[in-house]
Design a protein around this ligand. Structure first.
Ligand code: OAD
Length: 234
């Protein structure tokens, strides 16, 4: 009998684009309108925390008005047939809301906040707005639970271990420009199958021997999942 592959899925902003959430580096993306150093670094937070809070409040507000799309839902179906682990760079909760269970967030979560001093004090948000003066139980200011540029990525080690175990890797909607996330593919076992689902022509799928499905996630993922299920006669 054919061995059922273990599948690791690495997602980026592109998978949530068809849910109405902006990507970062596409034309019209978030980093065109906002300076990374102002809103996504510890230095920006020190300089102008109100600006940073406003940026993430807007992201949170938009997220609460969005819903999972066909690609998020296809991954739920995938996990019913194959052992599946999702590693996401996204800070939205659309994988979870679609019904996915094994989701590792590399860059934090928009619907959580934490103390700016005591990192282990993490709380779910209530609503979309976090304000200056909102304090943790030990009296320090709360900040978004987001991994900013220049900060450690604590979940990278477990993510590497997951990729090392993969028979098939599916990369969806990421420009693979931000490390260490982009380096995860280097840990995929030799001989593993790798797919890239992304409409962009600017990516370099050959670098990681990725089979490039050059379509949007919402269009490609339901088809890819059905093909994998058929292939393994599940
Ligand atoms: P990017 O904005 O860099 O890349 C988004 C990718 O999604 C591009 O390759 C697009 O071609 C692709 N894309 C757009 N629409 C799509 C669709 N409908 N279906 C599939 N793909 C689509 O976003 P990321 O690679 O996720 O980190 O960015 C990585 C990190 O950089 C983010 O987690 C964030 C950002 O700065 C932090 O903020 C810490």
């Amino acid at each position: 009998m054919t061995k059922i592959p273990r599948i690791v899925v690495l997602t980026g902003a592109g998978i949530s684009s068809e849910s109405g959430i902006k990507t970062f580096r596409d034309s019209g993306g978030l980093w065109e309108e906002h300076a990374i150093e102002d809103v996504a670094t510890p230095e920006g937070w020190k300089r102008n925390p109100a600006l940073v809070l406003e940026f993430y409040n807007q992201r949170r507000k938009q997220l609460l008005e969005s819903s999972p799309n066909a690609a998020h839902k296809a991954l739920v179906k995938l996990a019913k047939h194959f052992p599946t682990q999702i590693i996401t760079q996204n800070v939205d909760d659309l994988h979870e809301r679609a019904g996915s269970e094994n989701v590792l967030h590399l860059h934090g979560e928009l619907l959580k906040v934490r103390s700016e001093v005591f990192e282990e004090l993490v709380y779910p948000t209530s609503g979309w707005e976090l304000k200056l003066g909102d304090l943790c139980e030990r009296g320090t200011q709360l900040r978004p639970h987001i991994v900013w540029f220049g900060e450690q990525v604590p979940m990278i080690e477990p993510a590497i271990e997951m990729v090392k175990q993969a028979d098939t890797v599916i990369v969806i909607g990421t420009s693979l420009q931000v490390y260490p996330a982009a380096g995860l593919l280097n840990h995929a076992p030799y001989g593993s199958r790798k797919f890239l689902v992304d409409p962009s022509e600017d990516l370099q799928p050959d670098m990681f021997r990725l089979t490039h499905i050059q379509q949007t996630a919402g269009k490609a993922m339901p088809k890819l999942v059905d093909e994998l299920i058929r292939e393994f006669e599940l």
